[in-house]
Structures are given as structure tokens and as C-alpha cells.
Design a protein around this ligand. Structure first.
Ligand code: FAD
Length: 492
């Protein structure tokens, strides 16, 4: 690294947001350093619900097969009173895959395994996590940020062009920037969460014991021996986080002294709150994930939203650092992502108020994150497009088509990778691209299945951003339409 810089991007925190950002930068050849204060990864199941849109991102990142190997479907909810079954219902209605939505169902994986899948991919891409390395103070100027680290007790000073705080709900980056974190401590009971072994209980259901004293749940986690335990706490309750105290609380609430809870690997008390940072950026320092927004786990949104923050920021930072885009592109990160977090707070807050923070109830399409769009972004441009269901800013849907060699292909295969993808429908003339970003061109007939999926009826182009949202739809494209769009969008 030259010009007095030790790295281009210092990422603080190796949770899902930090790891996805690191993978995004690594696969684009951007120099970064990822630091994590913990000496080793946290073995906690907390963010276990992974939404359909995140599965699509995992496919693009090349980790979907590895994630599928450690995850599973949600089991049905079984409502209990002691050892009596009161009823049972599916957690979520299982939906068949369609050509445009290949992964329609939320999957479950303990978060520590999802994190491990991302870490492994990072290592394939040549990156790694610097564990036992804590960010202290930092100061920025016009050219970069100087950060103080404590690396296993050894102080280090790091000069970086950008710093990203993916450092969780108690973010010291957010605090260091002086960003307010307004919101509310919710009027909802605190919850004890944990990972425990359970003897005497089948693993075929998410067991719930609702009661006036508060709900108790045990959810079997896929491909591991443990269950995720959740116990609603009364306002005055301050249980010790020990095996004996948790066993006693579980037995007194459920009456189930025949079940043996043992060997907790994680115990934690969660206090629900809804908070959103007043801004996602000051100068050369950004925040992402829980550092920018916190809310109850109801609706399974936190990890998923954190992954998408990083997915949105990664390609933009890379293009700016590679000199392909101007700094102005970075302003679209907050403009696009903060309104999404506002909506997520509304959703998870509403579910928590309705169901309590345990919130183990079926959820609808609104939580799947497939309908997130950036329609009002400055990066979204519709040309010659009458009102249609699909417009610029929307998620680019998958589609199935047959290629020139007669092979059945999925459009998402073409989207995989760090580039833009240009769908060129019919006989459109395209000027050769200049020095801009990588654009993969996929030619399609104007009356084929992909055109149908995109609502295209004649010669047209659709430019799909690296994060697989539609940037441009042009139904009467000039040969320079793509470079014209990119020169405005990237302001290079
Ligand atoms: C009980 C529970 C259940 C949940 N269920 C779901 C669910 O089903 N689905 C879902 O989407 N989400 C769920 N969530 C939320 C999810 O766990 C979080 O939203 C997610 O972990 C946020 O990821 P992140 O990378 O932003 O932050 P984190 O995962 O919190 O990672 C931040 C990292 O930064 C590190 N760090 C902090 N400060 C420093 C520093 N100064 N220097 C270096 N490193 C630092 C921390 O050690 C940590 O490893 C749940 C959360 C809880 C508690």
C-alpha cells in the first residue's frame, strides 16, 4: 500500500455485515483489513432465520451450496401446556420455487454457522479476520482515517482511506462519529436466549409453552445437537446466566422436569429496542448492519438487513477505490439503505407488539426482503417505459431460458460475480463500452421468457447493478445508452 496508507478499507467487526463487505471487496481485488475484537468467533445461534433475498445474495457470493449444507427448513410450531399438545401449525407456508423466485422459503441456520460459511468464503478469496483486534479511537481528514487498534495487547496505528463500522448494536464507530441513535426502548418483555442441549425432546418441532408468566420456546437447530432456547422474562426477573438457573426457570415455567436441559454454549438476555442511526456516514467513515439499526428479532430481519447493507456498500466502495466511480456514488449508500431500515423497524416492531418478542408466528411476504426496491434512488432510471410492474430500482428477478447451445440456463447464473449485467433484448445496437466498470452482456430475444419476466415487448436494454437491482431500463436505447447512464450514475 502506497502514499502512506496501510489499507484502503478498515472494516471493524466480523459479524455478517463485516464478513459480507470483506467478501465483496476481496472478490474485487480491493485491499482491506477486517478486525474483530473477539479472540475467536462467537458461537451463538442468534440470527437463525435467513430470508429468500439473502439466499439470492449468497448465490451471488458463491456460498449458497455451503449455506444449504448447514441450514434447514423451519419445523412446525407445537404449542404445549406441560406435556400436553395444544396444537400444531406450520411456521411458514412452504412455497414452491418459481422461475423468478428460485428460493422462496426462509431457511434456518444458527448464526455462528452462517458466519463460518462467510469466513470460509473470505478465506477462499484470500482474506481473513484479524481476531483479538479492537478499534479504539479514530480521526479522519480529507484524505483518510487514522485508527488506533489494540491487537492482542499491542497498540497499532492504521492509516486507511475508508473505515466501516460493522461493529454491532453498541457500535463504537457510531459513537465515535457522534451519530445519534434515536428510538425507543420497547415496552416489551426482555428475553433470555440461549443454545442448550435437551434430552427427552424430539427435534421435529419448535416447541412453545405459552403462559401468563411468559412464553418458553425450544427450537431445534439444523445439523447441530442444540436447541435455541427462549424465555420471556418478567420485569422484575434477573436470572443468573448459569445452567442451574436456566434449568430451574425452564422447569418452573413449563412443569417439564422430565426434560434435561444441559451444557449451554450461549446464554444472553435481550432487551428489545427500536433504534436507527441519524446518518450512515460522516466523511470517510460508514456504519453498516446493527451498528446502524437495532430492533427485536421478530420477523428475522436483523442479519438479513445487515447482509444487504454490506452488499449495497461493497461494490460502491470498490468502484470508487478503483477510480471507476466518483465519491458521489457513496452518498447513494445511505440514501438507499436508511429508508429500508426504517421500514424494517416498522415491521419488526409491529410483529413484536402483536406477538411479543418471542414472535414465533408465521410471517408473510413483507419479511422476505424480495420486494425491497431503490425506485427513488438517483441510480434508478426508466427511459421510454410506461407504468409497468417492474421498473428501475426493483430487484432483478431470475428467469429460465435456453441458450444458443440448447442448455437450460438461469439468469441468476449470469448475475453471479462482481460485474454489472446488461440484458439486451432484440436487435439493439450497442456501442463498445469505454473504460467504465465491467459489464457482462446477455442477449435475449424480445419475445422470449426473459423478456416476458421483465415485461419487455420490443428492443430494449435492462442494466442490472452488481447487487442485482435494476439500474436502467431503456425501451428505445441509443447505442451509447449504457455508457450515458453509467457516466451519470457513477459520475466518473
Ligand atoms: C436472540 C436473537 C435472535 C435473532 N434472530 C434473528 C433472525 O432470525 N434473523 C435475522 O436476520 N436476525 C436475527 N437477529 C439479529 C442478528 O443477530 C443481527 O442483526 C446480526 O448479528 C447483525 O450483524 P452485524 O454484522 O451488523 O453485527 P454483529 O453480528 O453484532 O457483529 C458485530 C461484530 O463487531 C465486533 N466489534 C464490536 N466492537 C468492536 C471493536 N471496537 N473492534 C473490533 N470489533 C468490534 C463484535 O465483537 C461483533 O463480532 C437476532 C438477534 C438476536 C440477539
Amino acid at each position: 500500500m502506497s502514499n502512506g496508507f496501510d489499507t484502503d478499507v478498515l472494516i471493524v467487526g466480523a459479524g455478517p455485515a463485516g464478513l459480507v463487505l470483506a467478501c465483496e471487496l476481496a472478490r474485487r481485488g480491493v485491499d482491506f483489513r477486517l478486525v474483530e475484537q473477539r479472540a475467536e468467533p462467537l458461537r451463538a445461534s442468534r440470527g437463525k432465520g435467513v430470508q429468500p433475498r439473502t439466499l439470492e445474495i449468497f448465490e451471488d457470493l458463491g456460498v449458497l451450496d455451503a449455506f444449504n449444507a448447514v441450514s434447514g427448513a423451519y419445523p412446525p410450531l407445537r404449542l404445549m401446556e406441560g406435556d400436553k399438545v395444544l396444537g400444531e401449525r406450520p411456521f411458514n407456508e412452504q412455497v414452491e420455487a418459481t422461475a423468478d423466485i428460485p428460493y422462496p422459503n426462509m431457511l434456518m441456520s444458527p448464526q455462528w454457522r452462517t458466519d463460518a460459511v462467510l469466513r470460509e468464503q473470505l478465506s477462499h478469496l484470500g482474506g481473513h479476520v484479524d481476531f483479538a483486534t479492537t478499534l479504539g479511537a479514530f480521526i479522519q481528514d480529507g484524505a483518510g482515517v487514522t485508527a488506533q487498534l489494540d491487537a492482542s495487547g499491542t497498540p497499532q496505528s492504521v492509516r486507511t482511506r475508508y473505515l466501516v463500522g460493522a461493529d454491532g448494536g453498541r457500535s463504537s464507530v457510531r459513537t465515535g462519529l457522534g451519530l445519534a441513535f434515536p428510538g425507543e426502548a420497547m415496552d416489551q418483555p426482555r428475553m433470555l436466549f440461549g443454545d442448550v442441549g435437551v434430552e427427552g425432546l424430539a427435534r421435529d418441532a419448535w416447541w412453545m409453552w405459552p403462559s401468563a408468566a411468559g412464553t418458553v420456546g425450544l427450537c431445534p437447530l439444523p445439523h447441530v445437537e442444540t436447541f435455541q432456547l427462549m424465555i420471556t422474562l418478567a420485569a422484575s426477573e434477573e436470572p443468573e446466566l448459569s445452567e442451574a438457573a436456566v434449568v430451574s426457570l425452564f422447569e418452573s415455567r413449563t412443569g417439564r422436569t422430565d426434560l434435561r436441559l444441559h451444557d449451554p454454549t450461549w446464554l444472553s438476555i435481550f432487551t428489545p429496542s427500536l433504534r436507527l442511526a441519524e446518518a450512515y456516514r460522516r466523511g470517510r467513515v460508514f456504519i453498516a448492519g446493527d451498528a446502524a439499526h437495532v430492533h427485536p428479532p421478530t420477523g428475522a430481519q436483523g442479519l438479513n438487513t445487515s447482509v444487504q447493507d454490506a452488499y449495497n456498500l461493497g461494490w460502491k466502495l470498490a468502484l470508487v477505490l478503483q477510480g471507476v466511480a466518483s465519491e458521489a456514488l457513496l452518498a447513494t449508500y445511505e440514501a438507499e439503505r436508511r429508508p429500508i431500515a426504517e421500514a424494517v423497524l416498522d415491521i419488526s416492531g409491529a410483529i413484536a407488539r402483536q406477538q411479543g418478542s418471542a414472535g414465533a408466528q408465521p410471517r408473510g411476504r413483507q419479511t422476505q426482503q424480495l420486494d425491497i426496491n431503490y425506485r427513488s434512488s438517483t441510480l434508478s432510471l426508466n427511459r421510454g417505459r410506461p407504468d409497468r410492474a417492474l421498473v428501475a430500482g426493483d430487484r432483478a428477478p431470475d428467469a429460465i431460458y435456453v441458450d444458443a447451445e440448447g442448455r437450460r440456463r438461469r439468469l441468476f447464473e449470469a448475475f453471479c460475480g462482481p460485474q454489472f449485467t446488461l440484458l439486451a433484448f432484440g436487435a439493439v445496437d450497442l456501442a463498445s463500452p469505454g473504460d467504465g466498470p465491467d459489464v457482462r452482456v446477455v442477449r435475449q430475444p424480445a419475445d422470449g421468457p426473459v423478456a416476458l419476466a421483465y415485461g419487455i415487448t420490443g428492443p430494449a436494454i435492462v442494466l442490472v447493478r452488481p447487487d442485482n437491482y435494476i439500474g436502467l431500463i431503456d425501451e428505445n436505447p441509443a447505442p451509447t445508452a449504457v455508457s450515458d447512464y453509467l457516466s451519470v450514475a457513477l459520475q466518473a
